[in-house]
Design a protein around this ligand. Sequence first.
Ligand SMILES: Nc1ncnc2c1ncn2[C@@H]1O[C@H](COP(=O)(O)OP(=O)(O)OP(=O)(O)O)[C@@H](O)[C@H]1O
Length: 582
Amino acid sequence: MARRPLPRILSNGGAQLARSRELARTAADGATDVLQPLITIARGLRRLASAAGRRWTETPKDRRGALLFLVASVVLVVALVPYGPLLAVVVLMAAAAWQGRDRTPPAPAVPDDSRSRRLQSLYEALVPYFSIAEDPDPLYSHGGGWEKAVPAHEFDDDGRVTHLVIRYPAYFTDGEAESRARIEHLLATKSGRGREYRFTWDEEANHLAVDVLPALPTDIAAQRFVTAPGETVLGFTDPAGVQRTLPLTHGAEQRDVPPVVWRTGVRSTEPHLLVLGQPGTGTSTLLRSIALQALHHGDLLIVDGGGTGEYACLVGRDGVLAVECGLTGALTSLEWAAAETERRLISVNRARQQGLAAPDDTRRPLWVFLDRPTAFTHLAETDGRRDPQTLLQLPLRHGRAANVTVVVADQLDALDGLTDAVRQHTRARVVLGPASVDELTTALGAPPHTTPVDQVPPGRGYARLGTGPVHRLQVPATPDPYDDATSEAHRQAVLDLLPPRTTPADGEQAPLPPEAKAEAAAEAAAEAKAVSMEKRDAPAPAPVTAGEPDGAATDAEPAGPPAAEPAPSDPVPAKAVAAETS
Ligand SMILES: Nc1ncnc2c1ncn2[C@@H]1O[C@H](COP(=O)(O)OP(=O)(O)OP(=O)(O)O)[C@@H](O)[C@H]1O
């Protein structure tokens, strides 16, 4: 039997059907576009009506009469007002259009399968670390699915991971630092380099949370921080790390930022600070920032081994006892600081033994800043002179009781060149700039819970106070105002914080207004008397009395210049000596 051809619709019907479907879809899309406003208004009216209905059912029965009366009055007023009904319709349509707008969230920028692929590759990478051959029901196995192992995940708009929760088997050695470090390194690499991640290990639940940390603000300029006496802001950190925030001025706006606050003085458990960093990472800037804050309540002595004049803006300022860049000046000033610490200590102990409060002349904080002391160590060695660091022993050991705070900054690789006393007594630590996990662990005494990155802005690093947690840190921009590369706003911010200059660098008296001259003359006479008194009562290394803190008797440094030392060419600043008696 001859075959009869199929009707046309059935022979090439597939193509025709597809074309008609396409046509119908285009027509429907066009109609939807044209009718979109009507659809929106209808949807809005429906939502308004259901809201009104809900309101009616929620209203208690005894109040419904009042509500009805209110609605009726509104309707009556609208009806009586000229153009009232028209206006009411316009308002109703506008409200319906607003209510009816499409509120479905926009589709994610990254398609789901690309996320899946990323998570699958992460999962595969973790298999060798989170599985053993003996496990009868492994959570991680080659070819397995990531869904059970990664119960929570978030991505940013670029499709990169921002948050992950990873489950791991109970036999994984999460208590061992090396095992953790291996996983953290792997996850940081697989989730995208160049970003900082925080890892939170929940050992009880066998969960690891991975979070990408946002960059810390680098635009905070030096300013007067709202802190109590004895508190110093080292910089700013993540909100999760600390419990308080500081109100800051940022141009015209105000904002609250979580600070890393270091407490000094008699109650401090970390009375001295060590700042380490590669060259150019902002260690001198941090010291300048601390010095500007210290000047509000105390006196300071600066010894700069870097010799680049980064503290020139502080020379002669009220409260700045000396800024020394040379070895001789450094030795003289630090000898004075050691003697002053001893004097304060003896004075405090005497008062305590008599049952009295600490004398006033021991209460004003004295700050000793040493920038790059190891530079002096080499210089002293070649000159056959004393290493200035050795003069820090007394201020470091007994500074807390005597209200003397020591801040030392040096390069990261110079840690071994610092004396034992410096390393033992500087329990507040800061590391700035790029550093490996090992370097950070050595300098801070604990590894950070985040992944250090190679590229960081100046002033970025980590801080740890005593045995506390390691915080990420960004130091406020406190540039040298005499540096040409400094922006005008930052320069002005630093200049605004500087106290008036009362003693010019050349040692001459600063010009005073006529009315202040008589007062200054009287002060000068008193100062001269103080200096002569000081010379008479020269702070001999007095034997330490019974109530002395530990080891003072053995650690006491000779206050006078060492025998091998040539007579210092720069005298101890008169103002510094006067501070002893003031
Ligand atoms: N917190 C910060 N915010 C903005 N810029 C900073 C910050 N800290 C440092 N800088 C800039 O980085 C540069 C180097 O800073 P600084 O001199 O303090 O570093 P350093 O570690 O002391 O270097 P060096 O050892 O060479 O003296 C300067 O130009 C400084 O203005």
